[in-house]
Design a protein around this ligand. Structure first.
Ligand SMILES: C[S@@+](CC[C@H](N)C(=O)[O-])C[C@H]1O[C@@H](n2cnc3c(N)ncnc32)[C@H](O)[C@@H]1O
Length: 344
């Protein structure tokens, strides 16, 4: 009995890897827990006050900036890092972080890409960026960090950069025309050899917003991810079938758990949607994106043929992960959307 319990414990331990990598955790772990929790409560109230949100109220005071930078920041940094580790751009030196706030996305970029030397952060909140600048310098003391006050509604000509990141900003841009001009400016800044990476929350409306951009741009611009070559996004074809998002799971530190509950976030894992313009990574021969969780009938994957059902993956990939159909053990696929089981 005891032996069985021990095996179960080891099994659990193996399944639950830490959600956050140590370097991000060390950089953003709060110093005064109580202050963080109080500030998060205050910030939640501001986030629910539309007027305050429009005026950037939730990132105006030091306490809220600190709470945002650590709690939401660590999640955003991880998301950016995961995306960039998949895209693996080589030799990138400069990142332009638009709507940078506390520079969490840049932090994730520094974590993923050791070649980065310079961060240009642009946002309307100087105080949030100052906090972010300190965080980036703590993380990599020799990184060059420049901050510029900027209005995303009038993007203008942006400084050139290898990588442009736009994280959690689109929800604050009031219409599609302005989003399109922001994207145009970002693409201009990244140039033909660069990458533009957009990261948004994992909910339906944020994801469908990115799918709209993808469909509008796909014939003019190379899409680096999450798409794997399908001519039309399966969710653009059939929005009722769902939306495209990624999930990250793992063991969360105690302070993060408490903050999550205070912030009223019910799901313990991190979810996000993303879209990247630029060269598609070459390291996967036959790429397929896991776009469902594990179901009785198998897994839905998004491939160059669109959505397919794979019935016998011998492991359960996390939603959003990139698989190689050449190398991952699997059964022949059924038709798009079909629930037919593979004949025995
Ligand atoms: C939800 S926060 C995201 C911050 C950061 N990108 C992240 O993911 O942690 C949105 C950011 O957009 C900035 N922002 C909102 N509207 C803006 C505008 N019109 N011009 C410039 N920045 C804006 C806010 O100041 C805030 O820093």
């Amino acid at each position: 009995m005891l032996l069985l319990a021990a095996f179960a414990a080891v099994g659990n331990w193996q399944r639950m890897r830490p959600l956050f990598p140590d370097p991000l955790l060390e950089n953003l772990r709060p110093t005064g827990g109580k202050t963080l929790f109080r500030s998060l409560e205050k910030m939640q109230a501001l986030l629910h006050d539309e007027q305050a949100e429009r005026r950037g109220g939730y990132l105006r005071h030091d306490e809220e900036i600190e709470a945002y930078g650590r709690f939401f920041g660590i999640g955003t940094a991880l998301k950016a890092s995961v995306v960039l580790k998949e895209l693996r751009p080589e030799g990138f030196e400069t990142v332009l972080d638009l709507g940078a706030g506390t520079c969490a996305a840049s932090l994730g970029a520094l974590h993923a890409l050791p070649s980065l030397k310079k961060v240009i952060a642009m946002d309307r909140s100087q105080s949030a960026m100052r906090w972010g600048q300190d965080s980036l310098r703590r993380f990599r003391p020799n990184v060059d960090v420049e901050t510029r006050t900027w209005d995303a509604l009038k993007p203008g000509k942006l400084p050139n950069a290898d990588l442009v990141i736009i994280a959690n900003l689109l929800g604050e841009i009031p219409n599609e025309r302005l989003i399109d001009s922001l994207l145009r400016a970002a693409l201009g800044a990244a140039g033909p050899n660069g990458l533009v990476v957009m990261i948004e929350p994992g909910g339906r409306s944020a994801s469908l917003g990115l799918i709209r951009l993808r469909e509008a741009a796909k014939n003019r611009l190379p899409i680096a991810g999450p798409c794997t070559g399908a001519p039309k996004c399966p969710y653009a074809e059939n929005p009722r079938a769902g939306w495209c998002f990624s999930e990250l799971h793992g063991e969360r530190p105690e302070w993060y758990e408490k903050a999550r509950q205070l912030a009223g976030i019910r799901k313990p894992g991190l979810t996000f949607s993303w879209l990247a313009f630029g060269r598609r990574p070459q390291h996967v021969q036959s790429p397929a994106r896991a776009i469902s969780g594990h179901m009785k009938v198998g897994h839905y994957l998004c491939t160059e043929r669109g959505r397919i059902l794979v019935e016998d993956l011998n492991r359960s990939p996390r939603r959003g992960s990139l698989l190689d159909l050449e190398t991952c053990p699997r059964a022949p696929t059924t038709k798009e959307g079909s629930n037919r089981r593979r004949p025995k």
